[in-house]
Design a protein around this ligand. Structure first.
Ligand SMILES: *[C@@H]1O[C@H](CO)[C@@H](O)[C@H](O)[C@H]1NC(C)=O
Ligand SMILES: *[C@@H]1O[C@H](CO)[C@@H](O)[C@H](O)[C@H]1NC(C)=O
Ligand SMILES: *[C@@H]1O[C@H](CO)[C@@H](O)[C@H](O)[C@H]1NC(C)=O
Length: 611
């Protein structure tokens, strides 16, 4: 093996520690068999990656020799701490020009191939993939990788990027902390971007206002200027893409700037596909916030597929003088903030398994608005997903789903995506505090009563509805009620409303306690009807004054209008029988134009609001 190359020299001068590494690398070479760092890397205090861990850099090049050479040089100048790191270079072919221009094109390609052939890569395997035809950015990205294990990581760089010498040490620590450390792992995270975050793709979304304390955060958007990919979500994406592409589905997502890109550029770009996948799966990317426009990877935005003219570097590259990786704090995942495509904060993991855990969920909500408690007993998942999109559309944020024990997968998925949920079984057990074999309906009623109690005590008005009601207006929730009355029922519609006040807290508290007798009563639950029926039945006995809300004027019973009729103008909500066939409900809602999810059960649009 030859002595260290010329571009090592500045590093040698920079630090003795680096000198040690380069020399040990030199004497221990050739290294390629994957034996992850026998010598402990300087910047990583402990090595937590398993033996099977592999790291490959995928460089996507085309016809820009100067860009590519700058990119590769920056990669080879990085600190790999003795680890094996593979380099795979993908060179896309030029588009066949008119015959007279073929010669200079061939000459340029030849120069690029000569350069990559001569380029020395001492850290692992170097592989060059020279395409026979022009495949464009979409195939360059998608075909760059098919993960062969859950310990294989890939860092994708387009040729006009330049990376910091610290990039690998940073990514390795990030993988150790957020992938291999079980207590910081989340299946929602698909990778990490090293580019400076700057773009919010949701139309009318928030400005990226990050405080100076934030070093790492989670954000849905993929960053194409230096993206680390985790194996499992990437493979999932590849399969999803395949499934959608061959069935002729398009990755349209209304309300996103990228939707316009797709309409203009179609299959020349890949990001609209990935964004659609991430949106439907509720996944997130890790981003850095180094302040002062600094980042570990910058794009020179050279003229090419993405830019007509050269736009210059987007950020400043961090080097050893400006960042000490060993001191960089990788905070526990629970401390990081999550942001969606609108750059609106998302709060995953809000699950109440006991009555006491309802309080913190209420605490996370906007105070002035009522809380909408939605029971999912016997709900069909499709209908729930459609309901959630309507909440987004109506800007209803204070909702909580009550999920029965039989739907634990749905419960976990909703919580992972940031929707607050109540585990009905758990909360019921924490109220009753003894073993019972109560039917689900009784559990549903008791939990509703006690959660309403919590809401009233915390100063929230609360609405109680079931999944078979679709609200079409938000002001209705806020202002259509006489402020003098405390309790309302929409009998036959199955909704209930309680206003928070000192006296309502007191009355309701007593009422809820007395309901406990239901649990021990032997009568079959079918006699009780739903929550509203129970409240009506017991209210007289217990001095609870219930105002009846006649919903006939503003509620549409699904099925009462024929197919293909338009909605009466004053319709505020739609309800249907919980026993109705899901397909039939879906068809009706489709006809009325209020079925707003796609075949992935994901909202067809992203709707941002300034918050
Ligand atoms: C060949 O490469 C040079 C420099 O990279 C560039 O200026 C020139 O336009 C290229 N020629 C063709 C025909 O693409
Ligand atoms: C895993 O992460 C937790 C929480 O951040 C931390 O307390 C713990 O030390 C980490 N474990 C290891 C082995 O680094
Ligand atoms: C409703 O109208 C659409 C087209 O306007 C038609 O394809 C569909 O069959 C109609 N549905 C019914 C039940 O009439």
């Amino acid at each position: 093996m030859a002595p260290p190359k010329r571009n090592y020299l500045p590093l040698l001068l920079l630090s003795l520690i680096t000198l040690f590494f380069i020399l040990s690398h030199y004497f221990l070479s050739p290294p390629p068999s994957p034996s992850p760092s026998l010598s402990t890397p300087t910047h990583v205090s402990r090595n937590q990656t398993p033996q099977k861990f592999t790291f490959t850099v995928k460089v996507l090049g085309y016809d820009r020799l100067l860009s590519l050479s700058r990119c590769l040089r920056s990669l080879s100048a990085a600190d790999y701490g003795g680890d094996t790191v593979n380099l795979h270079i993908f060179i896309d072919h030029f588009v066949p020009p008119p015959p007279s221009d073929v010669a200079p094109k061939l000459e340029n390609s030849s120069k690029i191939l000569d350069f990559v052939d001569g380029f020395r890569w001492d850290f692992g395997e170097k592989l060059v993939h020279y395409r026979t035809v022009n495949v464009g950015l979409q195939a360059q990205w998608l075909e760059a990788w098919w993960p062969s294990s859950d310990d294989e990581f890939v860092f994708v760089v387009e040729d006009d990027l330049e990376v910091s010498p610290l990039y690998y040490q940073f990514l390795k620590r990030l993988i150790e902390n957020y992938y291999y450390n079980q207590s910081n792992f989340s299946p929602s995270i698909y990778g990490a971007s090293l580019q400076r975050p700057r773009f919010v793709p949701g139309k009318h979304g928030n400005k990226m206002n990050l405080d100076s304390e934030t070093r790492l955060f989670l954000y849905q958007l993929v960053g194409t200027w230096g993206q680390l990919l985790f194996p499992r979500p990437w493979k999932e994406f590849r399969r999803w893409y395949d499934d959608h592409k061959v069935r002729g589905l398009k990755p349209f997502l209304e309300g996103m700037v990228t939707n316009g890109w797709y309409k203009r550029m179609g299959e020349r770009i890949w990001t609209p596909w990935f964004i659609k996948f991430i949106h439907s799966h509720g996944y997130f990317n890790i981003y850095t916030n180094f302040l002062h426009e600094r980042a570990l990877s910058v794009s020179h935005r050279d003229a090419g597929v993405n830019y007509k003219g050269s736009a210059g570097p987007d950020s400043q590259l961090l080097d050893r003088n400006s960042l000490d990786i060993s001191r960089f704090e990788m905070q526990p995942l629970s401390k990081l903030r999550w942001y969606d495509f609108c750059f609106k904060e998302v709060v995953p993991g809000r699950v109440a398994k006991k009555l006491d855990e309802v309080g913190p969920i209420l605490h996370s909500m906007g105070k002035q608005k009522p809380v909408l408690l939605v029971s999912l007993l016997k709900a069909s998942e499709r209908i729930v997903r459609n309901l959630i999109c309507h909440f987004e559309k109506l800007d209803i944020q204070n909702y909580i789903f009550m999920v029965p024990g039989s739907k634990s997968d749905l419960l976990l998925d909703l919580a992972r995506r940031g929707h607050p949920v109540i585990d009905m079984e758990g909360v019921f057990d924490s109220i009753i505090r003894r073993k019972t074999s109560s039917p689900d309906l009784i559990k549903d009623i008791m939990v509703k009563a006690y959660v309403v109690k919590k809401c009233l005590e915390s100063g929230f008005d609360s609405w109680v509805v079931d999944w078979n009601i679709l609200l079409l207006s938000n002001d209705f929730l806020l202002n259509s009620i006489d402020p003098k009355q405390e309790f309302y029922s929409g009998k036959g519609l199955g909704f209930f409303l309680a206003r928070s006040s000192l006296s309502s807290c007191k009355i309701w508290g007593k009422f809820a306690t007395n309901l406990e007798s239901l649990v021990s009563e032997p009568s079959p639950s079918s006699e009780y009807g739903n929550f509203v029926d129970i409240v009506s039945k017991f209210s007289g006995r217990q001095g609870l004054k219930l105002t009846s809300l006649d919903g006939a004027s503003f509620t549409l019973k699904l099925g009462s209008v024929g197919f293909n009729q338009t909605l009466p103008e004053n319709t505020k909500m739609i309800s249907w029988s919980p026993e109705a066939e899901t397909d039939s409900v879906q068809n009706h809602l489709q006809e009325l134009g209020i079925w707003i999810i796609d075949s992935d059960l994901s909202c067809k649009a992203v709707i941002c609001r300034q918050s």
